[in-house]
Design a protein around this ligand. Structure first.
Ligand SMILES: [Zn+2]
Length: 326
């Protein structure tokens, strides 16, 4: 049985905050993803997950609570928990730039991995506390904003009793992600006192890697990747999306192409008998004990990649009025 973890990085937009957009409107646009009278954020995502018997893991960034107070988190946490999905921890340290009473003496960094181990323990411990204060059940998993973690982040998580990390995305290794990891690593592995469960993906060209992110992969690529993982008996397949990913880049319009991909994934996964929707609470730490069994990613298919590129160019033109995908 392959556990499918559909993970949703759930966060306010620092860019909107910088533009002077008020908290309530930022929540509306970034978390519930409202545009043109429709909402296609985490509420819409949970509706689809529920319809197909799947589970979402909502990695929620609580750091804006240091500016706005913890109350804005409560309805978000409440709705996720009420519907039986999972709240876990995400962090975007860029919010520290606007915090008056800095928990780390004014030190700043774009990513959690930019901080010392001591500061990371403090920041992650504080963030976990904020989520739990907002009503979240005990936090057991983490993903860094921008995948910007390093090995000290893993040590810090172990120090505050968070067991799982999912900050390794092979597409970001050696860039934002400073964790020392093997980009061929597919299964969960114990490291620095936590269990690392990397973001899943496919090989889109010889030697390449494309992460299983809704906006980065066609429905056919996602289906091929998940099918392959299930056939090979992978313990887990980790998909990434965002609370605002169903909107166009300027968050003014719905992105029907990305919405259709999310729906296609839910429909496909809901029909696969060897796949079950899961959160981190459903995973056994024992999946990291088994020695590597030579798992692979679905190999490159020129047709599949070509079709996705063509779709992407069309969608970029349609939703962003730009010809070059970014
Ligand atoms: Zn994020």
């Amino acid at each position: 049985m392959t556990a499918l973890l559909i993970t949703v990085d759930t966060e306010l937009s620092a860019a909107l905050h910088l533009q002077g957009v008020a908290l309530e409107e930022n929540v509306r646009r970034s978390i519930w993803a409202e545009a043109r009278g429709q909402a296609v954020g985490i509420g819409w995502q949970m509706q689809l997950l529920d319809r197909h018997g799947l589970k979402g893991v909502f990695f929620l960034d609580p750091l804006p609570a240091l500016i706005h107070g913890v109350d804005f988190l409560k309805p978000i946490v409440g709705e996720i928990v009420r519907r039986g999905h999972e709240v876990q921890l995400h962090i975007h340290t860029e919010w520290l730039a606007w915090v008056k009473d800095s928990p780390v003496d004014g030190r700043q960094g774009r990513n959690i991995g930019d901080f010392t181990l001591a500061d990371q323990i403090l920041l992650l411990g504080l963030a976990k506390h904020l989520l739990e204060e907002a009503g979240a059940p005990p936090i057991t998993a983490f993903r860094a904003g921008n995948f910007g973690a390093n090995d000290d982040t893993l040590r810090a998580l172990a120090a505050i009793d968070i067991l799982w990390d999912s900050s390794v995305n092979p597409a970001y290794l050696g860039r934002e992600c400073g964790i020392v990891a093997d980009r061929e690593q597919i299964a969960a592995v114990p490291t620095h006192g936590v269990i690392e469960l990397p973001v899943s993906g496919i090989i889109d060209r010889p030697g390449g890697f494309r992460p299983a992110q809704i906006c980065a992969m066609s429905a056919a690529e996602m289906r091929a990747g998940l099918n392959h993982a299930a056939r090979e008996g992978h313990d887990a397949f980790v998909v990434v999306t965002h609370s605002f990913e169903m909107l166009s880049r300027d968050r003014q319009r719905l992105n029907g192409a990305v919405m259709a991909r999310f729906e296609a994934l839910c429909r496909t996964a809901g029909r696969m008998p060897q796949v079950r929707g899961a959160g981190f609470h459903d995973l056994s730490p024992a999946i990291a004990d088994a020695p590597a069994r030579g798992l692979t990613r679905v190999p490159a298919s020129r047709l599949r990649t070509g079709l996705r590129v063509a779709q992407q160019v069309l969608a970029t033109w349609h939703y962003e009025r730009r010809l070059v995908p970014a």
